[in-house]
Design a protein around this ligand. Structure first.
Ligand code: FE2
Length: 257
């Protein structure tokens, strides 16, 4: 399995604080069947700058340290970009790490659990420049939960969506659990990732969430793709083969919350 969103890079953000902690996260992931971790430190926010030129060498060092102990585990570079004014320009200029540094996909989070209207044009600029935004943890976003048609609209534009394993399993509260499951059912969840911050804060384990997704989709194969071939395509620089998204009816969803 591949974990597309993980704060395993030590000392860069609110994730791992030491190499020892990072190695422990890698060991937990390895025991849970994960063999590739995309390291996605927060980037371009008020708290964490983490420009590409600074974090890329640290990714190389971490990969070497992990592989010295776990030969079949790989750390792939990436970042989680806080969407703000000018984000697209920085990504296009190569100041922010895209996934696998291939310049094709960037993991993006919305600020304050909202979807500021003035910021969605940043996503349009990325798409116009053939850089696909992967929206991180939509299930935690209150605007998206209230207006699920926005997810459908962004998906139709070409954005991809990553939901959190712990969210699917119910560890982020009921609204996030219900919404992440709706997104899976409506074929707008393209990846499940851990968003792990430490060995104990969202530990890097995808198995329970994949099991839930398999039940919801009535297809182990389709659920499995969200942690194998879909993220593998991203790392390889290709858009994964994904099903057509299904519109989520607001009324139906509203009464379920
Ligand atoms: Fe994250």
């Amino acid at each position: 399995m591949i974990d597309l969103h993980n704060h395993i890079l030590p000392g860069c953000d609110d994730g791992s604080q030491s190499l020892e902690e990072s190695l422990e996260m890698a060991r937990i992931a390895c025991a849970a069947g994960i063999r590739t971790i995309v390291a996605t430190p927060h980037a371009s926010g008020m708290l964490f700058g983490n420009p590409k030129r600074e974090v890329l060498p640290k990714m190389v060092d971490l990969n070497a340290a992990v592989r010295a102990q776990m030969a079949d585990m790989s750390i792939v570079p990436g970042s989680e970009v806080l969407l703000g004014k000018g984000t697209a320009k920085k990504v296009i200029a190569g100041e922010i790490l895209t996934i696998a540094d291939n310049g094709r996909f960037v993991l993006v989070e919305f600020p304050f659990e909202k979807v500021p209207k003035e910021l969605t044009y940043e996503l349009d600029i990325l798409l116009e420049n053939e850089i696909v935004p992967i929206i991180a943890h939509p299930e935690r976003n209150s605007d998206l939960r209230k207006n699920p048609h926005l997810v459908f609209e962004l998906a139709k534009k070409g954005c991809l969506f990553q939901i959190t394993a712990g969210g699917v399993a119910g560890e982020l509260g009921k609204p996030a659990m219900r919404f992440s499951r709706e997104l899976i059912k409506h074929r707008v969840a393209h990846f499940i990732a851990t968003d792990s911050h430490s060995p104990t804060r969202r530990p890097p384990d995808l198995r329970e969430a994949v099991g839930v997704a398999a039940q919801l989709l009535d297809s182990k194969e389709e659920a499995w793709k969200m942690v194998t071939s879909n993220p593998a395509a991203i790392i390889g620089g290709d858009v994964p083969e994904i099903p057509e998204p299904v519109q989520i009816e607001r009324k139906k969803w509203f009464f379920q919350r």
